[in-house]
Design a protein around this ligand. Sequence first.
Ligand code: NAP
Length: 339
Amino acid sequence: MDSLRNRQWLLANRPVGSPRATDFVSAETSFELPALLPGQVVLKNSIFLLAPTIRNWLDAPGNNFYPSIALGDPVLSPSGGTVIASADPRFPVGARVSAISTWQDYEVVDTRERNVRPMPPGVTDVEAMGPLGMNALTAYFGLLRIGRPRVGETVVVSAAAGSAGSTAAQIAKIMGARSVGIAGGPAKCAWLVSECGLDAAIDYKTGNLRDQLEKACPAGIDVFFDNVGGDTLQAAVDTMARFGRIVLCGQISGYTDSVPIPGPENMMRLIYGGITMQGFLLEHFEDDLAEGWHHLQSWLRNGSIVHREDVRAGFAAIPESFPALFDGTNAGTLMVTAD
Ligand code: NAP
């Protein structure tokens, strides 16, 4: 095979605070298919999922829990694409997969080291990365396996108008719970109530969040699905009902800080209330993905879940799109197509 034109976005400098497009620099190389070691596959990326946690990976080495992208390297990112060479029989040539790849056209992925998942059959790239993608599955397993909402309970979700949040908040409704979302601004709050069918939505940018939570959840919060951390988590801890469950999905309010944000105060409240707080990663439920896809697909088909995607076109748009996750201007699952 001739060598292939390979566009790349490289990490130019480590962002301070929110990421900016200028933190990345474009490059172009020629890609030639290498001899593969067992377990390796070559991906042709066709779509990139812009995930908030990429911001954590842009920091200097130091946090043992996640990778640090080296300056000058292509940016590590969830992507969707097609296998064009394979030394892993689970992912033959032609298989469509989602994977932890990089911001470039072609990537050699070692499936023993990086997460690679088949795309559900018969769906588009956007469906595979959006309503059936990583964030939707995260919402499914985090809410149902850890939050375990019961009929009549009150579930609160932060970053509720986003990709993971909007799915979690709607699954709470499907389970017969009262569902309350926290989001930034009146447009997102209106969408949550009118389109997603939530019982209430709180605009955290106006007024005191704890007061608003107490008003919206007079009997307290039974399940808090948290994507934000920091002051948002604190306000929810202060409002939890007895035997409530706090699901730690993400801490986006701290991803732009140079040091980890502090945990909540007043842990005696958890002791006296019999409240649990548990973190998780989607990877912890890797063996059960088929169950998640099955339910998400049937809820999407019967209209119990609405999902919105913010799809931007063209490889060049990646760096200018990424900051939207941190200023809240993404309208749903943020993705960029390669072409
Ligand atoms: P998203 O919710 O679609 O987009 C991010 C949203 O976060 C923004 O639109 C913004 O919404 C909100 N936000 C940003 N900065 C904020 C701040 N300082 N305070 C409050 N809200 C802020 O993104 P997503 O991809 O679905 O990710 C949501 C969370 O899930 C992230 O924390 C991510 O790390 C986590 N996650 C975890 C796993 C896992 O395995 N545990 C997997 C996937 C994602 P507003 O306009 O409403 O502020």
